[in-house]
Design a protein around this ligand. Structure first.
Ligand SMILES: [Zn+2]
Length: 139
């Protein structure tokens, strides 16, 4: 990833010092009813992108959802498809609280037919191939 991905981030308190720039007020974006008829596919896309980074320098790794009794196990894991970046808890908001996502992101996911490029498998295979090129296995 050469350029900085655009961020999808929601918080009950976007002024919290741990929040990344551009964090949106969660309560303004959640809905009681389904927004996306293809929400399950969007969630699948968000869960299966190649780039996942676990990072807990500014937030606790586990914290409760402000909207339901769920505890986020990978709240601060960062997911990215190269263009956009989101956190583990954002996926929960999409899945369980019908959060409104940036239109540009939803369009992109639909254009890709919900298949991240590269897929995680392609990403791992490319990385492995590169590794073997650098360090050929001993015969
Ligand atoms: Zn929740």
């Amino acid at each position: 990833m050469s350029k900085q991905p655009k961020t999808i981030s929601f918080s009950i308190d976007p002024t919290h010092p741990g929040c990344v720039p551009g964090t949106l007020q969660l309560l303004d974006y959640v809905s009681d009813t389904v927004i996306y008829p293809d929400a399950a596919e969007i969630v699948m896309y968000m869960k299966t992108v190649a780039y996942v980074l676990s990072n807990s320098y500014h937030l606790h790794e586990c914290f409760p959802c402000p909207l339901c009794p769920a505890i986020f196990a990978y709240a601060t894991a960062q997911y990215s498809d190269g263009e956009w970046m989101w956190f583990g808890h954002t996926i929960h908001y999409v899945e369980h609280h019908h959060v409104l996502l940036p239109e540009e992101f939803v369009q992109r996911v639909r254009e890709l037919n919900y298949r991240p490029r590269p897929t995680r498998r392609e990403y791992v295979e490319n990385a492995r191939a590169l590794q073997e090129k650098r360090h050929p296995p001993a015969e």
